[in-house]
Each structure stands twice: as C-alpha cells, then as structure tokens.
Design a protein around this ligand. Sequence first.
Ligand code: PEP
Ligand code: MN
Length: 586
Amino acid sequence: MGIAVYQGVDGAYSQLVLEHFIRERGISANTLGVPSYRELVTALSSLRADFGVIPIENAIGGTVREAYDLLGEFDVAPVAEVLWRTDHRLLGVRGATLRDVREVLAHPLVIAECGKFLSGLEKARAIPCEDTGVAAREVARGGSPEVAALAPASAAAIYDLVELAGHCADHPATYSRFLIVRPRHGAHGEEIGGERALRRKTSIIFSVEERTGSLARCLGILAEAGINGDKLESKPYLGHGAERIFYVDFDGDVRDENVRRALVELRGACKTLAVLGSYDAHVGEPVGTSDAAVRPSLERVPERRSVEPIVPLVESPFPRVALPTKPGGTVLRVGNVRIGDGEFVIIAGPCSIESREQILETAREVQARGAVMLRGGAFKPRTSPYAFQGLGWEGVTLLAEAGRASGLPTVSEVMTTDQVARMAEHVDVLQIGARNMQNFDLLKAVGRAGRPVLLKRGLSATLDELLAAAEYVLAEGNPNVMLCERGIRTFEPTTRNTLDLSAVPVLRERSHLPVLVDPSHGVGVRRWIRPLCRAAKAVGAHGLLVEVHPNPAEAKSDKEQALTFEDFSAIVADLERIPVPDVTFA
Ligand code: PEP
Ligand code: MN
C-alpha cells in the first residue's frame, strides 16, 4: 500500500486526477493532501510518499511555472501525463442565489479560466485560494450566501453546496495537464503501473543568452533530430542578465537514440539545461466527468419564503410578476448569457432532437452564426398521437452533450411534473410549452426546480393569464422566468397562428420579466419568419426563439417552419442592423 500525495484538501481537482490514475492502473494507494506544491515535491524527494500529482499547464491559464521549476529543482521524475477536463460550477450554500454573491473563492488557474464569467458578476470579486477544495470548504464553513466557490460538481457533494451557475469556464473544452511524479531515486516506475503508453513525452527547461538566433539554434537541434515539439514557453531569467528560460515539451523518450544525441548537443548550445524526464503521454481526449449533476440553488428557497413574507400587499393578481425588484427589470443569467440586459439574444435549434449528428451539427452551426443558447425538444406535445413524440431522455442526453460541445446553454420542454427534476439536472432552462401554460401543477414544479423557466403563451391565453401563470413560478421561489409570445389562435388561417407582437409592449409595461418572441410557431412558414424576427427586435423584445434544422425537408416535426443555417445567418445579419429600441412608456 503506497502513499500518493496531491496539493489541496478533499475536493481538489488534483485529488480527482490522482484517484483516476490509481483506479486506472489498479494500484493500491492511500491519497493524502499536502498544503503546497513545494511540500509535495519535498515529500517525494525525501521518500515520505511514493508518488503524487502536480498540475503543469492549463489550456486557458497557461503554464504552471512553479510546478515546472520545482520539478527541475527537486529529485522527482515524471511518470505519466493526465489531461483532465475541468468543469467549473459556481457553488454556494443552500438558499443562496447568484444575485447574493459578493466574493468568489477559487484557485488562481480557475480564476484565469473563468475570466469572462467572473467579469459578468458585477458585484462579486474573485479571491484566490490555495486550491479548489479549500475554496469549496471555506464557503461551506462560512455559511454565507454572499460567498461562493468555483469548483467541480464533486466538491458540491463533499461540502453540501448547491450550484448557482454552470458552464463557468471561458471555453467549454478547457482542460488541465497534470503530471504523475515519483521520487527519482526511490520507487520504480513499475510499482505505479510502469510505462503504459506507446507515445512518450519529455519535458526540459533550458536557458539561453538573449541573442539573435540563439533560440532558433536550440530548436533547430531538436528539429534536425526529427523531434516534434509540443510546447514552448519562455520567461526572463531574473538575476541572470539577458538570459531567458524556455519550457519545452516534445515527443520522444530520453532513451531514444535521436533524443539522447539531441540533448547532448543542446547542452552545448544553451547556458543551462534541466531534463525533467520522460513519461507516458496522455492518449485521446482529456478525461474527467463534466456532466455530473449538482443540486441547483433554488431547491430550498420555498422553505425560506415561508418564514420571510416577501409579497408586497398590493392589489394585483400577479404582484411578484408586476413589481420589479430592480429598476432595470429582471436580468436572467444562464451560464454566461444575460437575458433582459440590453443585449438581444437568439435561442435557436431544432423543434425536435432527432439524432446525435443532427443536434451536434445544429449546435455547432447556430453557435458559429450567432445563437447564444441551444433549444431542442425531447418530449414533444404533438397534436396527433401517431406523430413523432420526441426521443425522450435519450434526446435530453444528446442535447446536454451538444450544449457542452458548443458551449451553449440549453433549453428543452418539460410536459409533466415527474420530468422536472431529472430535466433540471441536464438542461439549463426548462421550457413550458403553449399547451401547458395553465398546467398549474407543472408551473409549481418548475418553480421549485431551481432552473430558469421559458414560459410560452397559451394558444388562446390572454396576456394577463400568461402573467398569472408566471406568478405561479415566482410564487414558488423562482424569480427566473422569461415570457414568450409564440402566436395565438385567431380566425386567420393563412399563418399557423397569429403572432401577437402587441404582446411585447404590453408585457414589458406590466412586468419586469424578459420577453421573447417565437416567430417560428407564430407564423409557421419558413419564408415569413425573417421579417417577423426584425419586427420582434424593433418592437422591444429581449430576444428570439427560432427553429433551425440541418435539413428542413427531413425534419420530424414542424418542417414547414424550420430554418436552414443560411436562413438563420440572414436573420442574424438583419438583426445586427436594427438597434435595441428604448422601451419606456409615458
Ligand atoms: C416548441 O417550442 O417546439 C413547441 C412545441 O412550442 P409551443 O409550445 O409554442 O407550441
Ligand atoms: Mn416546434
């Protein structure tokens, strides 16, 4: 039984990586958290631990120079590289909401990875922390709704925290590189699983005088030996005149003849050279779970409501919906997207999720062309029982995958109360369809689910009925509702429905909730959607919901109204020319 060390406490990414490595190689070892990288390499070089893990690079934040430098300084050798997908959630104490947050605790690398998300949290400042586990633990210990941590889903479970926001990293594919390291003169590689990979990598640090051609000469030596470089980064060598330090990783093993000879030559060409060692390269995509569910933040809010009467005594059938809590109206945050904040948002995707290829392609295309959120129905309310009913939970899984792949938050319809909790684990926004606008049990259930709600106007619902339906959701403690005009049933048969654009100013006057328009269902005919998109923006909607399909002729539902990718691009281009109007009512 060996001792494996990582920097941090329970819940740190390093711990996840180490446990993954131990599981994968079938090693028998106990993991132990130590306070710093320096103590980690000290424990290894003094043979107090058998192996450990250290992060060396992040896809967004760059090289962890301290780690490289320590590997050069101490008697430790790399064994294997692990690429780990980081999936940061903003975690807070139960009952906290995103709006409460004033301080975000996180590892400095995680702060670097989540720069865009953090800059969107106007009232909050980021506070660097030793590691992710410490950040989550401090939030739990402090118990304040104003303090949150950026950490993985697993930390939420360890410290009993809830998720206030997901998709926090600047890029959905971000990952970190870790090295499994061991004492150079102690345990042998075989004891921790030996050399497994066909592809080996080597890391070195060298310094050269800053002179024209000196770096090129060193790199030339590697190139001539047929060595493929993998990473190159530099920094000034402080206190050493005009010397610069270079961190280089390349393909190959120091025991390979070409590598050995190149290193001998390199030693002559540079001022200093440290060979950190050769190790198993990571094979394939980064590992690590990214879809683990975390209890959302609003789950406990109804309990709090019962002790804090927050409904103002006003004569209105929908007081929470009518009375703004903020002067500018409600701004919904879904990942990095803000709805109701002056930016016109476009939510796009197919009527139904039909296959993995279809939803992944659509997600990629609409993201590239200007959508900020991905829609897709998995449970479909169809007029005929013989029509395609949707892929159900399989569709939800595919939608979540497409959301992660594209970085787009997702929205999907729930039709029954028993779908709500599971759907809330996988999608970012719960849609209530037109046919369910007055399904009051369903409205109450989504009010407790802790996810924002996209509430569609019923086929023959008045605007006050729509607002009263929204009140059901708010009354359960969920303030995050967007209203959606999607056309109503009139005597006019030419269009599928009659898109009631007058709903937009009325709803904006009567409520602080964001208002979306869905011209796809409103008009039902592909070629008439584009002008109505322009009208929706001009009349003051906060955004659009449109149906887009890679091949409309083959769509399994609502094919007449499915836009092609080109149609979608044309709409986005039109909208760029239309300013967001100032909507005030005298
Ligand atoms: C949908 O968005 O695919 C849908 C079924 O919409 P509605 O509820 O507005 O008919
Ligand atoms: Mn549809």
